[in-house]
Design a protein around this ligand. Structure first.
Ligand code: HEC
Ligand code: HEC
Length: 143
């Protein structure tokens, strides 16, 4: 019995001391852990009209190149519409003076467009000039 009381008292003391030195955790997103995410600030895409800037250097092999130009004026890619193909597709890229789709975007045997690549922005993303959230020392594997 006496031992139980001692253990209880010791536990209580630990809790009290623990609480006194308690400092709330500060999360990297600057909000309480349980609170919902703040909507990120809306930032303008860095690119301008297609045809007016160089492509962005790739940083690792197999990387889908990022989209260097603005995309704000293009309609979303839907099941039936794809404005990206108007410039990058095999029928138009020469006329539009645009980079051609990657070879991997075609079915090897038939040399026709691979429909699994229809949703371009699943892999290719436009860029904003935003400061990194955390320090990043990634240098890539392309020398
Ligand atoms: C009006 C023509 C046009 C349209 C529409 C267009 N692009 Fe482009 N795209 C270009 C041109 C021209 C470049 C060359 C760089 C530049 O001048 O912006 C380019 C560059 C790119 C690159 C970089 C290629 C590389 O080798 O680095 C990607 C990726 C790309 N576009 C994806 C897209 C996607 C995805 C869409 C649809 C959301 C799209 N583009 C719509 C003309 C266009
Ligand atoms: C599943 C991911 C994926 C999808 C979807 C996709 N791409 Fe790509 N794309 C890549 C990768 C990876 C590369 C790098 C070269 C390669 O693998 O062909 C690339 C390369 C390119 C290039 C540069 C070609 C070169 O190597 O010089 C252009 C332009 C491009 N894609 C446009 C598009 C457009 C337009 C669409 C939609 C019709 C699209 N891509 C859909 C992954 C994708």
């Amino acid at each position: 019995m006496k031992k139980t009381v001692t253990i209880l008292m010791a536990s209580l003391l630990t809790i009290i001391v623990g609480c006194a030195s308690y400092e709330p955790l500060v999360s990297m997103r600057g909000a309480d852990v349980a609170s919902p995410d703040k909507a990120p600030a809306v930032m303008a895409y860095a690119g301008k009209r297609p045809g007016t800037q160089p492509v962005v250097a790739r940083t690792f092999s197999t990387q889908p190149p990022v989209i260097p130009h603005a995309v704000d004026n293009f309609d979303e890619v839907t099941l039936t519409e794809n404005q990206c193909m108007d410039c990058h597709g095999p029928a138009n890229y020469v006329k539009k003076n645009s980079p051609k789709l990657g070879d991997s975007h075609f079915v090897a045997a038939t040399k026709t467009f691979d429909a699994s690549r229809h949703n371009c922005t699943q892999c290719h993303v436009p860029q904003v000039d935003a400061p990194p959230l955390v320090e990043n020392r990634f240098t890539g594997n392309i020398k």
